[in-house]
Design a protein around this ligand. Structure first.
Ligand SMILES: [Zn+2]
Length: 279
């Protein structure tokens, strides 16, 4: 999965650290990220690469995180592809890159870039927010309001019935492969209650024996995904929520196509397909 970057180690502890020439930086423009043009991988710039053309970047950079010994910073300047050899590429590359640690770094940086960009002013008293030097926190010096990065809990549910798995396809989304039932936890709800509600809302089925599998940070939508397997309880007739889903089908194990391996959804479909998860 995207976050499985072993043997590399992701350190998300915030540090109030001045950037140096060898440190890497992430720079975004809309849904694109800056990389070296002549590499076929997500090759992010170091400050040394821009020391002549953009020396001020070093001073204005925001510390993000560390992977192994390498520090990553955020640079909010746009138009850096004026420098020869650098281009912006689609963030869809984060889904395609084989080296997960590069995709993971770029995707987490993108999430933090959105967070900083979306919280420039206090939503209570409208004064500019300041960046804490001690933790990953924005605060209002005028009224004391604090803002931490928002992470929304979301469930992924693999509904199964003997050797059949319930697979869905989204309506009106770019993602065209099979998916599982998914949805955000609502206020006042446990994750198990979210599982039951989402399965009922999206496909009109009841489930029992709800079993937690694994979790996954999903930086693209600011969510923390919790994966569950749940057994069909009662009738198997699917009533599709057509606003959300285009397709909902029961597929026998041997007919399930091979899923992607970046996502928790993919891993859960694969574990069922290969019968490596005990249910
Ligand atoms: Zn305020």
């Amino acid at each position: 999965m995207l976050q499985d970057i072993e043997p590399r180690v992701f350190h998300n502890v915030f540090q109030n650290k001045q950037s140096g020439p060898k440190d890497l930086f992430l720079a975004y423009q809309g849904d694109t990220v800056l990389i070296r043009e002549d590499k076929d991988k997500l090759w992010y710039p170091s400050f040394a690469d821009f020391s002549v053309s953009h020396p001020h970047l070093l001073q204005e950079a925001q510390f993000l995180f560390t992977i192994d010994e390498l520090n990553y910073y955020l640079v909010e300047e746009e138009g850096l592809d004026e420098a020869p050899g650098w281009i912006y590429v689609s963030s869809m590359r984060f889904h395609a890159e084989k080296k997960y640690w590069r995709s993971f770094a770029g995707a987490i940086g993108w999430q933090l870039n959105r967070w900083y960009g979306n919280h420039r002013f206090c939503s209570r008293c409208r004064k500019p927010l300041k960046r804490s030097k001690k933790e990953r926190l924005l605060y209002c010096a005028s009224c004391g309001m604090t803002v931490y990065p928002t992470i929304s809990p979301c469930v992924i549910v693999a509904v199964h019935d003997r050797d059949r798995l319930l697979l869905t396809k989204y309506a009106n989304r770019e993602y065209r492969k099979y998916a599982l039932i998914a949805g955000f936890a609502e206020i006042g709800e446990s994750l198990e209650q979210t599982v039951r509600r989402e399965v009922m809302e999206e496909v009109g089925l009841r489930v029992k024996n709800i079993r937690y599998y694994k979790s996954q940070p999903w930086p693209f939508t600011d969510t923390l995904l919790a994966g569950f397997y749940a057994e069909l309880d009662g009738a198997d007739t699917i009533r599709l929520d057509e606003d959300e889903l285009a397709i909902g089908v029961w597929l026998p194990r041997e007919e399930i196509p091979e899923p992607d391996n970046i996502s928790l959804t993919g891993e859960m479909i694969e574990a069922f397909r290969r019968a490596t998860v005990s249910l």
